[in-house]
Structure formats: structure tokens, C-alpha cells
Design a protein around this ligand. Structure first.
Ligand SMILES: [Fe+2]
Length: 379
């Protein structure tokens, strides 16, 4: 399993983003303040932990990630004051209140897990994501990182192997996002920073289609929550599902197309233009999609001037939620590096989109997007 040389997280926890499709180069990443301390919090928690807990061959995780009443597939260890590593529990035990882990004087205790427990740990985090993220001891950056990287894993599972179970995983992720992630201004800022750090170089690469869809799903849902605060929760979650799944049809592209790193040639475009139709077919093979999901997947490449695909719809025939998705889709693509151009900074990407308003994108949605970015201090 290859991992990116650019991300310490990838090196330490390769299961996060195997064959990482690539993030923007360090030069192009968001400006950092006190960067290393802030940007790889999850990395540090999983790989080394506080200096005094550092043990070769072990991950250290905060004890508050351990949920009461849940089965722990991994064994847990602890370092004694004398430096000896002792076993706290065997694998596959259900963690009980009586097992409560000791609290260190300087904060929550750290428990050690053997590095070979990596996949067990990731599965455990995935299964208990809602409860872990809700823990009041969890900091905002930590909450954002765990949500984002676990979210990527669920999206990857659904895109690579779409079925009822993996789709259910994405729906659960959306419910968590709407309830606990996008409701906190500071969490949103952290998520927005992660989106900027994890944009892809080549959207045609399947891994990039997945990561890009996660980014678009988060940003577009946040925008809809802000501009339609009274939207019924069920509808909001269906809209979000459409955004998360909008590019699932890309997974049906032939391997030689998705592996091609350059700008797509004339011969390839007819295939790429099929991905909205394929995407809808793939979802229909699992369940009948809601109107919101169907429209967003099918129409996300339509343009107001009728020059989009696959149906060449014009403005009045494109639903508001679709217009939001296509604008955010373009924004996500512009802040991503391409084989033929560098990534744009957020403000430059917005300027570039402005040049395509109103013939391609809805001017009122564009203005509202700027407002939402400004009001939430994202730009
Ligand atoms: Fe697309």
C-alpha cells in the first residue's frame, strides 16, 4: 500500500488515504500559523502522542476515545512511571465503567496500542465515530480531523463498492455532519482548512473523485444550511447525499482514462460526460433515490447557458440545489492543483468563478456564497 511522501499522517497511518491522490504542495497550502503544532494533531495522537508516552511500536491515543460499553478489538497498554509498558486489557473486551482508565495529572490519560492494531483501531473509530466526536474532552481541531478522515474512509467504501451498507455509512456521516460538525463555527473553519489541504491534483483519478466529492459535499451542505436555515432536516440530508454521491459515476470510467494524468483529450470526453448518467444508474441499483439526489447527480454539470451536459438544460430547468452543487464543484476544482495548472488560492478561485457568472453560474448563489464565506471568516 503506497502512501504519500508529503503527509506525515499518510506515512504513519497508511490506511487513511492509501495511494493518496496527492495534496497541494506545501507552497500552495493554506497559510499556517504555528503550523506543525496544529495541522497534524490526529497524526500526533495516533503516531507518537505526548513525548513522555512515546514508545516505539505503539500508537498512543487519548483515553477518551475509548467508549464505555463498546467492544475494543485491540489490546490496550500503558506506560508506568518507571517506563515499563504493561497490558491494560486483552483484545475484544467490552470496556466497562469499572475499567475506567486513569487520569493523568496534566490531562486525559493516554493508552498505548500496538502498531499492528492499526486497522482494528480505524474500524473501531469508524464504528463509534458519533460517540467519539461528541465527547466534550475532544478539541475542535481533533473533532474536525477525525470526522474528515473517517469521512473519507466511508466515502471511499461507498464509491468503490456501492451497496446498502456503504451507502448507509455515508448517510450516517451526513447525519453526524449536520448535527455536530457544521453547527460549530470553529469546527467549520477547521474543516475548511482540511478541505484546502486535501484537494486533488487530478479529478479524473478515482481517489480524487472521492476526495473531491467529500469536499464538495461538506461545503455545499454547509452553504445550504446557512442560506436555508429552516429547511426540513430530511430534505437537507437528502440534498447532502446528492452532493456526497454526485461523482460516483466516475468510478465506472475505464481504468486507462482514470489513470491518465494529463488534460483529457477529445476521445475521452464522451466517456467522462456519461458519469452523471452512470452515477444515477449506480444509485438506482441500490435504492430509489429521492428527487434531490437524482437531480444533483444527473444535472451537476449543467450550465445556465445550456452548454452543460448530459441534458443541456438551461437556467430555469436547473434546480437551486443543483446550481449550488455545480458552483461549489467548480470552486473545489479550482482550489485543486491540476497537471496543467497550479491550484488557485480561495480568493482567486472565487474571482475566476465570477468571470463565469451569469452565463454558467447563478449570480445570486455566487453572491450568497461570498457572504457565507465572509460571515464565517473562511476568507
Ligand atoms: Fe462530475
Amino acid at each position: 500500500m503506497e502512501s504519500s511522501q508529503r503527509s506525515s499522517f499518510d506515512r504513519n497511518v497508511p490506511a487513511r488515504m492509501p495511494q493518496s491522490p496527492g495534496v497541494n504542495t506545501g507552497r500552495l497550502r493554506r497559510p499556517r500559523v504555528g503550523a506543525e503544532a496544529r495541522s497534524s494533531l490526529f497524526t500526533r495522537l495516533l503516531s507518537t502522542g505526548p513525548k513522555d508516552a512515546l514508545r516505539p511500536g505503539y500508537y498512543s491515543i487519548p483515553s477518551y476515545w475509548i467508549c464505555e460499553g463498546r467492544r475494543l478489538p485491540f489490546g490496550m497498554f500503558r506506560k508506568t512511571p518507571s517506563g515499563e509498558v504493561i497490558r491494560l486489557s486483552e483484545p475484544n473486551r467490552i470496556y466497562q465503567a469499572m475499567d475506567r482508565l486513569p487520569i493523568d495529572a496534566d490531562g486525559p490519560a493516554v493508552v498505548l496500542l500496538k502498531k499492528e492494531s492499526r486497522l482494528d483501531l480505524l474500524h473501531y473509530l469508524d464504528r463509534n465515530l458519533d460517540e467519539i466526536v461528541a465527547n466534550s474532552l475532544m478539541s475542535v481541531p481533533e473533532k474536525a480531523e477525525i470526522f474528515y478522515y473517517m469521512g473519507y474512509r466511508r466515502m471511499r467504501a461507498a464509491y468503490r463498492n456501492p451497496n446498502r451498507i456503504t451507502l448507509g455509512g455515508v448517510k450516517g456521516l451526513i447525519a453526524l455532519m449536520v448535527e455536530q460538525i457544521l453547527t460549530g463555527r470553529e469546527t467549520v473553519k477547521e474543516i475548511f482548512a482540511l478541505v484546502q489541504d486535501n484537494v486533488c491534483r487530478t479529478t479524473e483519478h478515482p481517489e480524487c473523485a472521492i476526495l473531491h466529492s467529500l469536499n464538495v459535499g461538506i461545503l455545499a451542505t454547509f452553504f445550504v444550511m446557512k442560506v436555508l436555515p429552516n429547511l426540513a432536516r430530511d430534505t437537507l440530508e437528502e440534498v447532502a447525499l446528492g452532493y456526497f454521491l454526485h461523482n460516483v459515476g466516475m468510478m465506472r470510467l475505464p481504468k486507462e482514462v482514470v489513470d491518465y494524468g494529463g488534460e483529457l483529450g477529445d476521445a475521452t470526453w464522451p466517456l467522462v460526460r456519461q458519469h452523471p448518467v452512470w452515477g444515477l444508474e449506480m444509485v438506482r441499483d441500490i435504492e430509489e433515490p429521492s428527487r434531490e439526489v437524482a437531480h444533483i447527480i444527473m444535472d451537476h454539470h449543467e450550465k445556465l447557458n445550456g452548454k452543460g451536459y448530459p441534458r443541456s438544460l438551461t437556467g430555469v430547468d436547473i434546480h437551486f440545489f443543483v446550481k449550488v452543487g455545480s458552483l461549489v464543484d467548480s470552486f473545489g476544482a479550482m482550489i485543486s492543483e491540476r497537471s496543467y495548472r497550479q491550484a488557485l488560492q480561495v480568493v482567486d478561485a472565487l474571482k475566476s468563478i465570477k468571470q463565469r457568472v451569469p452565463h454558467e453560474y447563478d449570480p445570486s448563489i455566487f453572491s450568497k456564497l461570498i457572504l457565507v464565506f465572509l460571515e464565517n471568516e473562511l476568507i
